[in-house]
Ligand binder design. Structure first.
Ligand code: GLC
Length: 477
């Protein structure tokens, strides 16, 4: 068994034990399973670079190469990718000087998650207006500031200054924006509100992470986010990106690819999904999409746990005689439940008991607590091991035998053992000799949507535009 500790289940009744063993059979993924998933991801990464594409979008970002360390200037950055908007004023003064960064965060109201496009963009523009008003209250005619917009959703880009939304992922769902250029829409809202900002670059959070992390560490070859969503970016050679129209670049020129591999296996052929994964998908804001992401990312792990809890309860194996009305509410368990539960190593599982009481109004029996704790570990371990497959696939695709991976996001930063479990899975998938050092290592990323986005803005301003994508072939079916 991979990374699980059967001793956690000592003393639980036999019928419950049997049910947990059945769950294990579907949740534990051994080395051959991981290798199979990784090899399929490699194939899809390759397909995604072609004109016809595949499951994984492999979005060309037009971020050309790594920063030189000479990037300078003052940039505004705006990060939109989860529950908060983050606005920063970043001053770059070259690699040897420290970066100055001043920031504010604004919560995105829940009612905007399904709003009209104008309502969404007006809110975003208003946050930026308030930020600038607060920082520069006296300037009558302030100069327009260059703005890097980190928009962490899949977009098709024909330049670094545009991006057509392919589809919403995670919780946002504003249909009017799909198929439209998000830069045009946000810039129009900024202009309506007379916000003195000019969007010079559209950035994905993974690309920002890659660039920010590589700025100080030349060994960084992959930037990854494992938070609400899961994704990674890396530098690909121009010659391998078949879907870019001929442009005058050497074949080995590097262009950052935002893989969007959260969409891996949307055709549902490869991943070892359980009935809980299927139900979770059906109940999610975007059914049928982001199938891989739904098995690994923070937005979904709590919900997966809730669905298992409910089923075990109805089978009489968990929370018997308890009022489960709160547990019946979708999304009532978030990832923090899992992180706190896994961090509880006390014999009586004190923290976990408290958590069940506070969040779910449940008073679990000691055996229930053991089962909960075990299930959390089962879900967390599967997530970390599958997460590693994406990273391993990029390494295999690019022939990176040794590299650093810059990782950001709450799951990586706060989930105990996530990094350790992912490293163990890399070792298995990439066949490192036993006892040898780790060749591909995870590193806490530098600030991608602040510093990374500002660096990308600086690179964009310096280089100007380049290239186009070939039109995608019509599918015959
Ligand atoms: C989702 C988004 C992707 C983003 C990731 C992490 O997968 O589609 O663009 O990078 O979440 O935020």
């Amino acid at each position: 068994m991979q990374g699980l500790r059967p001793q956690l289940l000592e003393g639980i009744p036999e019928n419950v034990y049997d049910k947990i063993r059945q769950l294990e059979d579907s949740f534990v993924i051994g080395t051959p399973g991981l290798k199979k998933v990784t090899n399929h991801i490699v194939e899809e990464l390759k397909k995604g670079l072609g004109v016809d594409g595949g499951d994984i979008p492999m979005n060309v970002t037009w971020v050309m190469g790594y920063p030189t360390g000479e990037e300078r200037g003052q940039y505004l950055t705006l990060d939109m990718g989860g529950t908060y908007l983050r606005v920063c004023d970043v001053v770059l003064a070259g690699r040897n000087e420290s970066v100055q960064l001043d920031q504010s965060k604004y919560k995105i109201p829940e009612n905007l998650q399904n709003a009209q496009a104008d309502e969404l963009w007006d809110y975003v523009a208003e946050c930026l207006r308030l930020f600038l008003l607060d920082r520069h209250p006296s300037e009558e005619e302030p100069i327009k500031m260059p703005l890097a917009f980190t928009f962490s959703y899949p977009v098709t880009q024909n330049s670094i200054r545009d991006g057509i939304l392919q589809q919403w992922t995670k919780s946002l769902n504003v249909p009017e924006v799909v198929g439209k250029d998000v830069v045009t829409q946000l810039q129009a809202a900024l202009d309506r509100k007379k916000v003195q900002a000019d969007i010079v670059a559209l950035v994905n959070d993974t690309t920002g992470t890659l660039i920010a992390s590589a700025y100080h560490d030349p060994e960084i070859k992959i930037g990854s986010i494992i938070s609400t969503g899961c994704n990674a970016a890396y530098m690909e050679e121009y010659g391998a990106i078949e879907k870019i129209e001929e442009c005058s670049l050497p074949n080995d020129a590097l262009i950052a690819i935002n893989t969007e591999y959260g969409a891996f296996d949307n055709k549902r052929h490869v991943l070892p999904r359980t009935t809980y994964d299927e139900n979770l998908d059906k109940l999610s804001p975007h059914p049928g999409c982001q199938i891989y992401e739904k098995m690994v990312a923070g937005l979904y792990l709590g919900e997966l746990l809730r669905l298992i809890f409910l089923e075990l309860h109805f089978q009489g194996a968990l929370f018997a005689d308890q009022d489960i009305s709160i547990l019946k509410q979708p999304n009532v368990i978030d990832t923090s439940f899992l992180t706190i539960a896994e961090a509880d190593v006390s014999e009586s599982l004190r923290e976990l008991r408290q958590l069940c009481l506070e969040k779910l109004a449940l008073e679990p029996h000691p055996c229930d607590l053991k089962v909960c704790r075990y299930l959390v570990e089962l879900i967390g371990t599967r997530a970390a091991r599958l997460y590693a497959c994406g990273i391993a696939a990029i390494c295999k695709k690019r022939g990176f035998e040794r590299c650093h991976v810059g990782v950001d996001g709450a799951v990586f930063n706060h989930y105990p053992a996530f990094g350790k479990r992912a490293s163990q899975a890399l070792r298995e998938v990439l066949d490192w000799p036993s006892g040898s050092e780790d060749l591909v290592t995870f590193h806490e990323a530098e600030d991608g949507s602040g510093i990374g986005a500002a660096l990308i803005a600086a690179l964009a301003v310096k280089r100007g535009g380049c290239g186009r994508l070939k039109p995608r072939a019509q599918k015959s079916n």
